[in-house]
Design a protein. Structure first.
Length: 375
C-alpha cells in the first residue's frame, strides 16, 4: 500500500461457485436474447441482443437496471446521430469525421464521471459502417430485447443474497487480517525488516472488503432488495461485526504502512539478504500485535474477546513505559484505534469498561481526555 489516500473501490471477488453461477447466468441471458430476436426476425445474426448480457451482468445485481438504461439510451442516441448525419451529409469525406466527433461528444455528455457511455460512439460507428436498409431499426430492437432480458430475467437466475455476500466478505477480511498480522509478528520476532505492503497488491482488496460488505448489508437492511432474493434474516451479530471491520480496516492499514516506513528508517531498503541491526522498540511490538490480532479474530468470529483485549491494552501500556520519548505513539495509533473499536463493541454488548489503569489510579495515559488550555 502507498498510504491512506487515493483508494480505489475494488469489488469483492466471489468464490468459484459464485463465478460459475455468474457465467451460467450470462450464457442463459445471451442465449434467450439471441433466440428471441431470431424468432422476432430482426436479423439472422442478432449480436447486439447478446451483448447486454456480457456488458451489464456484474456481481452487483442492483446496478443492472441503471446499466441497462444507460446502454439503451446510448444505443438510441448513437443510432439517431449516425442516421441523421448519413442523410444530412452524404459525402463520406465529411460524414465520418462528424460521426466520430459527435459520437465522442455524446459519449461523455451521456456518461457518468469516470465512466463515459461508450455505446453512443459504438452504435454510431456500427450504423455508419453497416450500410444496409433497416439495420438501424434492427439494432434498436435487438438492444431493447437484450436489455429487457438481462433486467427482467437475470435477477431470477440464482438471485444473490446480500447477507451471505456480507458474511463472506467478513470471513475473507478476518482471514486476510489474521495472515497479515501473523506475518508482521513473525518478522518482528526474527528482527528482520517488515516487508513492503506494496509488494502484496492483493492486500489492497483486503482493506476494502469491509466497505463492500457494509454496502451489501445496507442494501438488504434498508429494503432496497430484490423481491425474490434468497435468504431472509442476517446472521446474528453480523451488523456489529461489520461496524468493527469498517473501523479497524483503515486503522490497521495505517499501522502496517507506518510500521514499514519506521522499519525502513526513511532510507532505501537494504539489499536482499542483508539486514541492519533490529530496532528493539519495533521488535518489542510483536506480543502486542499478536494479542491484538487474537482479539480482533475472536471478535469477528463473534466469540468472547474481552480477555484478549485486556492483555493487548496491558501490553500497550508496557510498551509505552519501556520505550518513552520515541514518538512511538504515532506507530501505535493504528493498534490503539483497533483496541477502541473492540472496546466499543464490548460496551455495545453491555460489558463494563475494563481498560487498564496507570499507577496513579486513573485511566491509561493514552485514554485521558484532553485538558483545556489554561486561561
Amino acid at each position: 500500500m502507498s498510504g491512506m489516500s487515493g483508494l480505489v473501490a475494488v469489488p469483492y471477488v466471489p468464490p468459484p461457485v459464485g463465478r460459475l453461477r455468474s457465467a451460467a447466468r450470462l450464457v442463459l441471458c445471451a442465449a434467450v436474447s439471441w433466440y428471441l430476436c431470431l424468432w422476432w426476425g430482426t436479423t439472422t445474426t442478432p449480436v447486439p441482443a447478446a451483448l447486454p448480457a456480457v456488458l451489464i451482468l456484474r456481481e452487483d445485481v442492483y446496478a443492472w437496471p441503471r446499466l441497462g438504461w444507460e446502454r439503451l439510451a446510448g444505443v438510441v442516441v448513437g443510432v439517431l446521430l449516425s442516421t441523421v448525419l448519413l442523410h444530412g451529409v452524404p459525402d463520406s469525406a465529411w460524414s465520418f469525421p462528424l460521426v466520430l466527433l459527435c459520437g465522442c461528444a455524446g459519449m461523455y455528455l451521456m456518461g457518468r464521471p469516470g465512466a463515459p457511455n461508450q455505446q453512443v460512439l459504438i452504435s454510431a460507428l456500427m450504423v455508419y459502417a453497416t450500410a444496409v436498409p433497416g439495420y438501424p431499426l434492427a439494432r434498436l430492437e435487438e438492444s431493447l430485447v437484450g436489455v429487457a432480458v438481462v433486467v427482467l430475467l437475470g435477477p431470477f437466475l440464482w438471485p444473490p443474497d446480500p447477507y451471505r455476500f456480507a458474511a463472506a466478505g467478513m470471513d475473507a477480511y478476518r482471514t486476510g487480517v489474521r495472515e497479515q498480522l501473523a506475518g508482521i509478528t513473525g518478522g518482528l520476532e526474527r528482527g528482520v525488516p517488515v516487508g513492503d505492503p506494496a509488494e502484496l497488491p492483493e492486500r489492497a482488496r483486503l482493506w476494502l472488503l469491509p466497505q463492500a460488505s457494509r454496502d451489501a448489508f445496507d442494501r438488504a437492511a434498508t429494503g432496497r432488495r430484490l423481491p425474490h432474493r434468497r435468504g431472509g434474516r442476517p446472521p446474528e451479530g453480523l451488523d456489529g461485526r461489520m461496524t468493527l471491520a469498517a473501523r479497524t480496516a483503515p486503522a490497521l492499514q495505517y499501522f502496517t504502512q507506518e510500521l514499514y516506513e519506521r522499519a525502513r528508517g526513511g532510507s532505501a531498503p537494504p539489499a536482499p539478504g542483508v539486514h541492519g541491526p533490529p530496532d528493539p522498540a519495533l521488535c518489542a511490538l510483536a506480543p502486542l500485535v499478536r494479542v491484538t490480532a487474537d482479539a480482533l479474530d475472536a471478535a469477528l468470529l463473534g466469540t468472547d474477546f474481552a480477555e484478549h483485549l485486556d492483555r493487548a491494552r496491558a501490553l500497550d501500556l508496557a510498551h509505552r513505559a519501556a520505550h518513552p520519548g520515541r514518538g512511538d505513539v504515532v506507530l501505535r495509533a493504528g493498534l490503539h484505534l483497533t483496541h477502541e473499536a473492540l472496546a466499543d463493541l464490548l460496551r455495545g454488548r453491555g460489558a463494563p469498561d475494563r481498560r487498564p489503569r496507570d499507577p496513579g489510579g486513573g485511566p491509561a495515559a493514552g485514554d485521558r481526555p484532553a485538558q483545556p488550555p489554561p486561561v
